[in-house]
Write a protein that binds this ligand. Sequence first.
Ligand code: KIV
Ligand code: ZN
Length: 527
Amino acid sequence: MKKRDKIIIFDTTLRDGEQSPGFSMDIEEKLLFADQLEKLKVDVIEAGFPVISDGDFEAVQAISERVKKVQVAGLARANNKDIEVAWEALKKAKHPRIHTFVSSSDIHIKYQLKKSREDVLKMAVNSVKKARSYTDNVEFSPMDATRSDLGFLAEMVYEAIRAGAATINIPDTVGYTVPSEFYNIIKYLFENVKNINDAIISVHCHNDLGLAVANSVAAIEAGARQIECTINGIGERAGNTAMEEVVMAIKTRKDRFNIDTSIDTKQIMAASKLLTHITGVSVQPNKAIVGNNAFAHESGIHQDGVLKHSMTYEIMKPEDVGISKSTLVLGKHSGRHAVLNRLKSLGFKLKKDEIDRFFKYFKSLADKKKQIFDEDLIVLISESKFKEAEKRRYKIENVQISTGMFSPPMAMVTIKDHYNNNTEKFAVEHGNGGVDAGVNAVKKITGTKAKLKAFTLAAITGGSDALCEVSVTVAEKYKGRELKVFGTGINIDISVAGIFSFVDALNKLEYLKKSGAWKAKAENVNL
Ligand code: KIV
Ligand code: ZN
């Protein structure tokens, strides 16, 4: 009988989340995010799908070597090659897990796999056995479980457990089920699979009908003890169960569930912001838990109530999800010690070289901006952690922009090319505004044919001296396919942030091409 005194949080932001269009991350970004997941205290990080591309393989391998406290999972289809490659990527992890899957619904079996129920049953058993030849920590998923014949699903679950799977994950692959139905499916499995108590039952819900969190919560009530989820709910199509929502539901309604997770909820906001910064995709303001308005009370009656007693209209405390109420404002006179202390209380520990880079950014921001808030610090940290990584092809050395009502905007940009003996090149170009002039200069230096498709701007903190974050979508035709990436740039000046975001996107395109990860993105391996 497996222990089931808590809900295991299995984070798949770096696999299901990252595989969805527009959410590509390079290896440095994945490592940075894995560090944050470790701080959040998730139980399992699904780091990627190693067989899919060299980039995925390297990322799973690097995360396996880096992460010590958390289990690292790699995804594999139910065949020997996928499982061998997954193990090769995972084998240095302190706590490796192989996650293998095959479809159980007739619609997938017949039309996608062109096989029979007997075939997929054999594939399930053989793949679990193969994975067990490497590790005891094997998870099996019958894909499209919620559209499968229940009797056959139960048979597959039984055989997978008999073959040695320690975790059985029931995916609602196409986001089709509704809470009461999902509750009944999980209950049915508990009542009809003889060896069910030999495994942990997990669920993996997609949000096509906006029900992923509700379905996950219903599954917990039916006995599931592992939830697969992603930060900000990113993932295929409409996304996956949002970790912050399901975790806060369990915590806030402890009276109902009487169970815990190991998540340090104070790290939720930092994780959400970091993901937004890396991917350039913001969450909607009214998003539960992490949206800008999630704790904002606008109505007079609500404000009045909250001032008298916060619990009148607040079911959670903002501090519990890491929204700081710090009154300590940092600025250019703040000492290194005070700044490092603030970072520590936000949960960030930087290495020596990262601290030096961080202070370079901090000083340059503090020279321009009077008050530096926690939100500013979070983005500066992510900048200092990976934006200068040598593995990135282009590094901006300087940007100078001049613009005005009556003079044509002009930008001078200097860039170092790490793939080309670190040679520095500069160009001066005009354009329709500072960003356009800068982008033209970058295009001239790099010779890129990539096109800027979308440009969005957000002020991280208030005031005319706010740090701005620009997110761009950039597309390039490559080997007959269209590669699309997001780039982000931070600066106090909008035009400079725009140029940084364009170069960030070019670096991601270079990464996709160099690592071979573009094949997975372009072929769009849908799960
Ligand atoms: O949605 C899905 O079915 C998946 C599986 C691989 C678990 O992502
Ligand atoms: Zn999925």
